[in-house]
Design a protein around this ligand. Sequence first.
Ligand code: AMP
Ligand code: MG
Length: 365
Amino acid sequence: MLQADAEVHCHAKIMRMTEADPDEAALREAGAILAAGGLVAFPTETVYGLGGNALDPEASRRIYAAKGRPSDNPLIVHIASIDALDRIAAEVPETAKRLASQCWPGPLTMIFRKREIVPDETTGGLDSVAVRFPSNRIASLLIRYAGGYVAAPSANTSGRPSPTTAAHVIEDLRDAVDCIIDGGPVEIGLESTIVDFTVTPPVILRPGYINQEMLTELIGTVDMDPGIQSESENIRPKAPGMKYRHYAPKAELTIVSGTQKNAAERIAALVHEQIKAGRKAGIICSDETKEMYPEGTVWSLGARTEETQIAAHLYGILRACDTAGVDVIYSEAFRTPQLGDAIMNRLTKAAGHRIIDADEKDEQI
Ligand code: AMP
Ligand code: MG
């Protein structure tokens, strides 16, 4: 009902379609909106993007305004063919070309020196440009109809969890964009891996679905930016956007790590205290532990053996915490094999680095 209401009062035109059967006429229309300087939100395999023509400085300015995004936080330029890269990027190393041929289209963003054609507004004043070729068919058709270069940050209000459904986009941006393409829930649910190729060896600036081990296997040494997980003000992440508080629900979120049993017991005890103090508490857990919590509002991200499901559900559940109006949230940690770095990076930021280790003995002893 809430969603239907939101749509009635929605300024944006909403187009519905599936990835299996994209509506080409509608996408041509949406592409024309982009080419004329308008804003269109659209699905990709990672999260929903807020698109504008990447070669039009005015369109980029509109993107920052719509999201309330700081203007020093550069946008990723989305393309729909590997050949499109040369027009915007200079000095593309051989290793990057190899990676492009293996991982594009897909959830990988690469950073190169930019060519003059890319406006400073799109790159937040940097002389480098971030580029991605998404695999979602709705996205690639839209990019083609828009002229080939679409700047698209995640389609959320700055600071909120990234949108994984069109309903999330409508919630945040319904009056700020011209068109929203609803292509159903996204596949991955976490933003792309970002690799900086302006340095040697290349450096991961944001962990994602394609992890360090996979990259190393494909092209040799790839470092991880030490600023990614750092709490220190002195070790700043290299991607400007990674320094901002992000992905965050309104309630105070704390991660409780440790063995499954210790973590669940500690969370249950903390929730009990909060409820006794008159606060509404939420719990983010997994199918394996969800029965271990007698009190509080319990959200399971899915089974730990299905880590893609954990990733796909994370942002939707952080938003559900807001809707439920909980005051505090406790989350289990999710250090799963392939996506653990990416999931924990988002969760740690959402928690403002508040982590309790349930395996440590009582602090008072
Ligand atoms: P979003 O599109 O909202 O997922 O955010 C894009 C991310 O890419 C942000 O963290 C940016 O800071 C980062 N980014 C984009 N362009 C560059 C660049 N040229 N150099 C470093 N980081 C970049
Ligand atoms: Mg974002």
